[in-house]
Design a binder for this molecule. Structure first.
Ligand code: NAD
Ligand code: UD1
Length: 351
């Protein structure tokens, strides 16, 4: 299939491009580079072209458009040049704290951008979309492990609301026009990096999420990790999450693409491993597997955090034929491999 990948230069997008080409698909990337670097796309091409398994005989170049998804004319031009079978829609802003400070920017970018994208898609007869949602839509979940039947909850920040609202928008559009096929993938906590160490997560500024913070402490960029609370009702008192290797997550999109051609309507899937690990489990695994130190100290709870969040991923296994393959050791090893070989992320100049 020929796939439009919005936000394809980002963390999850780059890993998904590799999985797409591995499975014989081709892609076009639209990204405004607001949180990414074109070097990442060059490295994706390099990895695809090195790979023995892609089956692509000539050198692969992925068409890239430096376009904002809110730019209707820009998107029109892309759709005039290419005929897409589906869109995997990653483009969006994702920093929780920033979304509290700049709610308008988050609603404009994430909701405004998606509305424009979907409008251009339907005009051009492309009505298959896979959307990056998040476990955040469950709020403080009423059941653990979380199944897709768990009711959605109150989000604690505008970022979370954009995901929750966009799920509703896409469901309503599909309801009004059954030609649409919509897959909502609710990601749990993506970590890790491509095992080559060539692509990975490249946060701007001080990382908000646990794993990039750990790797930056390990590489000496930050003094110590603050563990946000050790008085939760969990086995060791620290927060428990469902960490998932980004390559497993990337592969879920390929499985969802296969399903989209078989199945009509709406599909909602939890994409996690089904295992919950605490903050200290992650820190200890990182230290043991990588043989590096990660100094930490206990800090007060972070506002908006919940004690425990992990999923039951059975529905994705049964309906998409997807399940995670990587474990906690792989996650901490590959995160570190990326960070230590790219201590400052991607270079600013093209390689
Ligand atoms: P990322 O920031 O690395 O990638 C997002 C990409 O979208 C970036 O390359 C950015 O430049 C681009 N982008 C943003 N706004 C755009 C716009 N208006 N037009 C065109 N491009 C735009 O983030 P990621 O971690 O790869 O996340 C991908 C998607 O998955 C996002 O929608 C995110 O909200 C969602 N998600 C991520 C996580 C996570 O922890 N990483 C968890 C749940 C959901
Ligand atoms: C956060 C977001 C969520 C988003 C997800 C993936 C919040 C409240 N939620 O989820 O909306 O979808 O990222 O991007 O921000 N921790 C520390 N020290 C740190 C960082 C984190 O102890 O420096 C702890 C947290 O308290 C939590 C766990 O590590 O228990 C995971 O945190 P994080 O990686 O930020 O993910 P979530 O909070 O699950």
């Amino acid at each position: 299939m020929h796939i439009l990948v919005t936000g394809g230069a980002g963390f999850i997008g780059t890993h998904t491009l590799i999985e797409l080409y591995k499975s014989g698909h081709t892609a076009v990337v639209v990204d405004n580079l607001s949180n990414s670097n074109p070097v990442a796309l060059h490295r994706v091409e390099e990895l695809i072209n090195q790979s023995q398994v892609t089956g692509h005989r000539s050198q692969v170049t992925i068409p890239f458009y430096h376009t904002d998804i809110r730019d209707r004319e820009g998107l029109e031009q892309v759709f005039e040049k290419h005929r897409f079978d589906a869109c995997i829609h990653f483009a969006g802003l994702k920093a929780v704290g920033e979304s509290v400070e700049k709610p308008w920017e988050y609603y404009d970018n994430n909701i405004g951008g998606t509305l424009t994208l979907v409008d251009v898609m339907r005009k051009h007869g492309c009505k298959n979309i896979i959307f990056s949602s998040s476990a955040t839509v469950y709020g403080d979940p009423v059941e653990i492990p979380i199944t897709e039947n768990c009711p959605k909850g109150q989000c604690t920040n505008p970022y979370g609301w954009t995901k929750s609202m966009l799920e509703q928008v896409l469901m309503d559009i599909q309801k009004s026009d059954p030609e649409w096929r919509v897959v909502l993938l609710r990601y749990f906590n993506p970590v890790g990096a491509h095992p080559s160490g060539r692509i990975g997560e490249n946060p701007n500024g001080i990382p908000n999420n646990l794993m990039p913070y750990i790797t930056q402490v390990a590489v000496g960029k930050r003094k110590e990790l603050g563990v946000f609370g050790n008085d939760y009702d969990t086995p060791d008192g620290t927060g428990v999450r469902d960490y998932i290797h980004v390559c497993d997550l990337a592969n879920a999109h390929v499985c969802a693409l296969q399903a989209i051609t078989r199945k009509c309507g709406i599909g909602i899937y939890n994409i996690g491993t089904g295992h919950g690990y605490s903050v200290l489990d992650m820190v200890k695994a990182f230290i043991n597997v990588n043989g590096v130190d990660v100094p930490y100290s206990i800090k007060p709870r972070r506002a908006g955090d919940i004690a425990t969040c992990y999923c039951n991923p059975t529905k994705a296994k049964v309906e998409l034929g997807w399940q995670s393959k990587y474990g906690i050791e792989d996650m901490v090893r590959d995160s570190w491999n990326w960070q230590k070989t790219n201590p400052n992320g991607y270079p600013l100049q093209a390689e």
